[in-house]
Write a protein that binds this ligand. Structure first.
Ligand SMILES: [Zn+2]
Ligand SMILES: [Zn+2]
Length: 356
């Protein structure tokens, strides 16, 4: 799929590529939801939104702000000209945005124990004496670089460790990048960045600084998904641009498993996952596997087949043993991902599959 000319935003290849992209059906044997079940899901989603808005009106303000600030640029400088504002699965992404405070509370509840259990505070503590010697003026730059390095690996493992991909694939299941698509996330996917935070805190960076980085990352992340054709070519290798993140979402084989950084492309360049072809633009997004539509089915999807959590109380020793085995399995996948051949050696693996 190598083009020799620069693809315009209305590239006719997009239609072809979209048609050719594998749309995965529901797993074999799955019964499509009945009409009553579909209505049940709609009512439950409405109830979740109503519960959130009773508690806070913040999501409405954020959605309105994003609409006013981003949509005009999408209209003036669209990357994909034919993409309508009312595109497929818009309602699901709006529901994700409207319930963000609840899902963020779930993220936090899981993130705190995960941060301690991850032992990411150990390398942080080891680094603390060195960090304390850094002049205050240079400290924010070192903090940003370290945070980004930790997030780079968290994000890379989110793609290349099959268990973590179950959760991150929800974010990547969107086939339309735009002003609101960045909200589609699984709360447990967000919790997986907890080790990066605890690493930074234990290395001696303040909670305010680490929190500010998280907020900046979330806000810039929302803009990076916008359907805009800005390339900012001169910035490509310095900070991440919409095109950099669009390639990260591209469901085109040679773009898979690339552009993991959230601030500095430097880490992708160093670890061999930088992908910014000069002669093409990303055309097709999404994943090659079945992901259901809508907020609640997407929240439930990664948890399918994981068993009843009550068994931990009923059989704690057995649960501990199988948990330890599972942790070893995940760590082995992380190790394989860290050692896999990179783009520099022309080897590319599909999303969600750890390379051999
Ligand atoms: Zn990703
Ligand atoms: Zn994204």
């Amino acid at each position: 799929m190598t083009a020799t000319t620069i693809a315009p935003p209305t590239d006719p290849r997009r239609r072809e590529l979209r048609a050719a992209a594998r749309r995965m059906p529901e797993p074999e044997g799955a019964v499509p939801p009945s009409r009553a079940r579909r209505w049940g899901i709609r009512i439950a989603t409405g109830a979740a939104i109503a519960a959130t808005l009773t508690f806070t009106r913040e999501p409405i303000v954020i959605i309105a702000l994003l609409f006013v600030l981003v949509v005009p640029f999408e209209k003036l400088f669209p990357r994909h000209r034919g993409q309508a504002l009312r595109r497929p699965q818009l309602a699901g992404d709006v529901a994700h945005a409207l319930t963000a405070p609840i899902t963020q509370a779930i993220t936090l509840a899981v993130a705190v124990p995960l941060a301690f259990a991850s032992f990411a505070w150990l390398p942080g503590l080891a680094l603390r004496p060195i960090v304390s010697m850094i002049p205050p003026v240079a400290l924010p730059f070192v903090g940003i670089a370290l945070f980004d390095l930790a997030i780079y690996w968290t994000h890379r493992w989110g793609h290349e460790v099959p268990f973590l991909w179950r959760f991150h694939s929800i974010h990547h299941s969107t086939e339309h990048l735009d002003w609101i698509s960045g909200f589609r996330n699984h709360p447990l996917d967000g919790a997986f960045i907890a080790p990066a935070f605890v690493f930074l805190l234990s290395a001696g960076f303040s909670a305010e600084f680490s929190g500010a980085l998280a907020v900046v990352q979330i806000v810039t992340g929302l803009f990076l998904h916008a359907n805009v054709r800005w390339r900012w070519r001169w910035l490509h290798r310095i900070v991440i641009t919409p095109e950099f993140h669009h390639w990260h979402h591209a469901n085109e084989r040679d773009a898979h498993n690339s552009n993991y950084s959230v601030f500095l492309p430097l880490w992708d360049i160093i670890f061999g996952t930088y992908f910014m072809p000069k002669d093409r633009r990303p055309q097709v997004y999404g994943v090659d596997e079945f992901v259901p539509e809508g907020l609640l089915p997407q929240l439930a999807h990664p948890l399918r087949g994981m068993g009843n959590p009550v068994r931990v109380v009923r059989h704690p020793i057995r649960a501990f043993r199988s948990g330890a085995g599972f942790a070893r399995h995940v760590l082995a996948d992380m190790w394989r991902s860290a050692r896999r051949p990179t783009r520099r050696s022309s080897r590319v693996v599909a999303p969600g599959t750890a390379a051999p």
